[in-house]
Ligand binder design. Structure first.
Ligand SMILES: [Zn+2]
Length: 204
């Protein structure tokens, strides 16, 4: 069962078309599994569309409200009832790089103009990622297995969002390997000698 959903600002950014492209790809995986967030996103898109469709107040026609409501009905009727399913098999098209004991990384997209990269991270159960922080926003969706950090327990389908205030040491949960799709903007700030050693090699 999904317990961790994207934040309201993230859904609003997606509705407005301003969410960073690689973060949007991570969000899409969650949306494929979460009817609740699909509904919320559709509502936000309708509100945004209705606001854009409204003429300026000074020029408002007497039937503007009825016109806008009619457009909302159209939007509801034309909204897709389901999102495409995105599978791990479809995503995992590169090779795994060992970063350390029980930790592998598959780069999917190089750092783009916004300074964001996209990776799959695979961690063996019981293994902890080296403590680290972030210089920018990070969004992860768990595809398989799960992990625990100070902010809670995360399982398949859950979204984890972090920013520069987040400093954490995730530990992979018992069961299958924990595999996450992660969009990272800015740099990961590593706190251990191992992570600092590995960082320049893989460019995280
Ligand atoms: Zn959700």
């Amino acid at each position: 069962m999904i317990r961790h959903h994207p934040s309201e600002p993230t859904l609003m950014a997606q509705a407005a078309g301003s969410l960073l492209a690689l973060h949007a790809r991570v969000l899409a995986v969650h949306l494929a599994a979460c009817p609740r967030c699909r509904d919320e996103l559709r509502d936000l898109e309708e509100v945004g569309g209705a606001l854009l469709a409204m003429p300026p107040p000074a020029a408002m026609r007497p039937d503007a409200l009825a016109h806008t409501l009619a457009r909302l009905d159209d939007a509801v009727r034309s909204a897709p009832s389901h999102a495409p399913v995105i599978t791990l098999q479809a995503l995992a098209i590169g090779r795994w790089w060992w970063l350390g004991r029980g930790i592998r990384l598959m780069p999917l997209a190089r750092r783009d103009a916004s300074g964001t990269r996209l990776d799959l991270l695979r961690v063996t159960p019981g293994i902890a990622l080296p403590a680290h922080g972030h210089s920018g926003p990070e969004m992860a969706c768990i595809l398989q297995g799960g992990y625990t950090d100070a902010t809670g327990d995360y399982a398949a389908g859950d979204i984890a969002e972090g920013d520069s205030a987040l400093d954490h040491t995730p530990v992979a949960s018992p069961g299958p390997d924990c595999i996450c799709l992660i969009a990272t903007t800015g740099r990961v700030r590593a706190h251990t000698w191992l992570a600092r050693l590995v960082q320049p090699l893989i460019g995280v």
